[in-house]
Design a protein around this ligand. Structure first.
Ligand SMILES: [Zn+2]
Length: 396
C-alpha cells in the first residue's frame, strides 16, 4: 500500500498522487456521503480492492475516501432497492453504488465475509416488497370499490331523481325533439283529418291519467301507417294510419295507446335507463339543460325503435282502460292490430307503427283478456266519422 501516495486523515485521504494506478482494480460509478463535501454528497468513481473501498469524487477539488471492507456496514435501498450503501462504523462516511456487478465485487473482495449480510438484506427486502404489494393491492381494491360505488351510486341516484322530475321536463324534452326531428309536412289545423284526431284526443283526455297534460296533435301527410307520441304529450299521426283504419274507434285505440305512453312517462323512463355517467353527474350538480338535450335524443331514437315490451303492454292496458272509461269498446284497439296483421304481409315497408310494436298476436290476446276482466259496460260508438278525413286526405 506504500505505493499509494495518499496522506490519510482518518477515513479521508488527501489525494497527492496519480490514482490511475488503480486501473487494474474493479471500478464502479457511484457516490459518497461525507460532511467535508459541499452539500454533503458527491458522485464518485469507486474502486474495490481486497482491503478497502476507495471513492474518488468527480469534478474540481476531487477527494479520495477510503472505507475498510472489515468496517463496512451494508444496507440496500434507493428507488430500485438495488443501491448498495457501505457505511463505516460511526456512519460518518457512506460509499454507495447501484451498478449491477458491485455486490459481486464486494463479495469477492471480502472473500465472502459480506455474503451473509447481503442474504439477510435481500430476504428482508423481499418480505418488505411482498408486504408492500399486499397493501398496494388492498388499496387498489378499495379504490376500485369506492369508484364502482360512486359510479353506480351516482347513476342510481340520478335515475331516481330523473323519474321524480315535474311533467314540465317531459314537455321541454318533447318540444326539443319535435324541433330537431321535423317528422314531415303537417296538415293544417283546420284540415278535417287534424280536426278528427284532435276531437278523439279531446274525447279521451278526461279519462287519461294526467288530464291537464299538454296534448297537442299533428297530422303528417305521409302514407306510412304510423303514429307516435313525444314526452309531454305531442302526438303525431300519419295520414296512412287514418286511411287504413275502418272507424274512429280504431283510431281512438291507437291514440289511447300513444297518450298512455305520454302519461305513463315512458320517455322519461327510457331517459333514466339510458343515462351515462357524465350526464348523470351533470344532472346531479344541477344541470337540467344537459339532461333535456340528452332526453331529446333518446325520445327521437324511441320513435324509430320502440319502448320495451313491458312499456308497450303497459301502454296497451292503460289505453284500453281509457277507452273503457270513455265508453269506447277497447276491442277497437285489438281490431286495429288485426287489420295491421293481415295487411302487414303486403305492406311491410310502410307499416311502421306495427313493425315497431312487435308480437301483436300476444298483444291482441292480452287486450282481450283485459277487456274481459273489466266490469260490463254499455259502449257507445263515437259520433265521429272518418269519411271526411279520408276524402280530404285523398285530395292532398
Ligand atoms: Zn307503443
Amino acid at each position: 500500500m506504500a505505493a499509494y501516495a495518499f496522506a490519510t486523515v482518518g477515513n479521508i485521504l488527501a489525494l497527492t498522487g496519480d490514482v490511475d494506478m488503480f486501473q487494474t482494480e474493479q471500478t464502479f460509478s457511484g457516490g459518497v456521503f461525507h460532511h467535508s463535501i459541499p452539500n454533503g454528497r458527491a458522485g464518485a468513481d469507486i474502486i474495490v480492492t481486497p482491503v478497502e473501498l476507495l471513492a474518488r469524487t468527480q469534478g474540481d477539488g476531487s477527494k479520495l475516501f477510503s472505507l475498510k471492507l472489515s468496517e463496512c456496514q451494508l444496507e440496500l435501498g434507493g428507488a430500485s432497492g438495488r443501491m448498495v450503501f457501505c457505511r463505516n462504523t460511526d456512519s460518518s462516511l457512506t460509499i454507495f453504488c447501484e451498478e449491477r456487478g458491485f455486490p459481486a465485487a464486494l463479495s469477492s473482495a471480502s472473500f465472502g465475509a459480506l455474503d451473509d449480510r447481503f442474504r439477510e438484506l435481500r430476504s428482508l427486502q423481499r418480505s418488505q416488497n411482498s408486504r408492500q404489494w399486499f397493501w398496494v393491492s388492498i388499496s387498489l381494491l378499495l379504490i376500485a370499490v369506492v369508484c364502482a360505488g360512486l359510479y353506480f351510486g351516482t347513476l342510481a341516484a340520478a335515475q331516481v331523481a330523473v323519474r321524480s322530475l315535474p311533467i314540465s321536463v317531459d314537455e321541454k324534452i318533447g318540444q326539443m325533439a319535435s324541433v330537431s326531428m321535423a317528422p314531415g309536412i303537417p296538415l293544417a289545423e283546420q284540415h278535417s283529418a287534424t280536426v278528427l284526431v284532435r276531437d278523439i284526443v279531446e274525447h279521451l283526455r278526461p279519462y287519461s291519467a294526467i288530464p291537464d297534460m299538454d296534448f297537442r296533435v299533428v297530422v303528417i301527410q305521409d302514407e306510412q301507417v304510423n303514429a307516435f307520441a313525444l314526452p309531454g304529450g305531442r302526438i303525431y299521426v300519419y295520414t296512412g294510419l287514418i286511411r287504413h283504419a275502418e272507424n274512429a274507434e280504431q283510431v281512438a285505440g291507437v291514440l289511447a295507446h300513444e297518450m298512455a305512453h305520454a302519461t305513463l312517462r315512458h320517455g322519461l323512463q327510457k331517459v333514466s335507463q339510458s343515462l351515462g355517467i357524465v350526464v348523470a353527474m351533470q344532472f346531479m350538480v344541477g344541470d337540467v339543460g344537459g339532461l333535456i338535450a340528452f332526453g331529446s335524443q333518446v325520445a327521437q331514437e324511441s320513435v324509430l325503435t320502440s319502448y320495451s315490451r313491458a312499456a308497450e303492454t303497459e301502454a296497451d292496458l292503460e289505453g284500453a282502460r281509457m277507452l273503457h272509461t270513455a265508453g269506447i269498446d277497447p276491442a277497437a284497439m285489438g281490431e286495429f292490430f288485426e287489420i295491421m296483421k293481415h295487411e302487414h304481409e303486403e305492406l311491410p315497408a310502410i307499416l311502421s307503427w306495427i313493425s315497431t310494436h312487435p308480437q301483436h298476436d300476444d298483444r291482441i290476446s292480452e287486450i282481450r283478456r283485459f277487456r274481459d276482466s273489466l266490469p260490463a259496460a254499455q259502449y257507445r260508438p263515437l259520433q265521429l266519422s272518418l269519411d271526411d278525413a279520408k276524402r280530404d286526405i285523398g285530395q292532398q
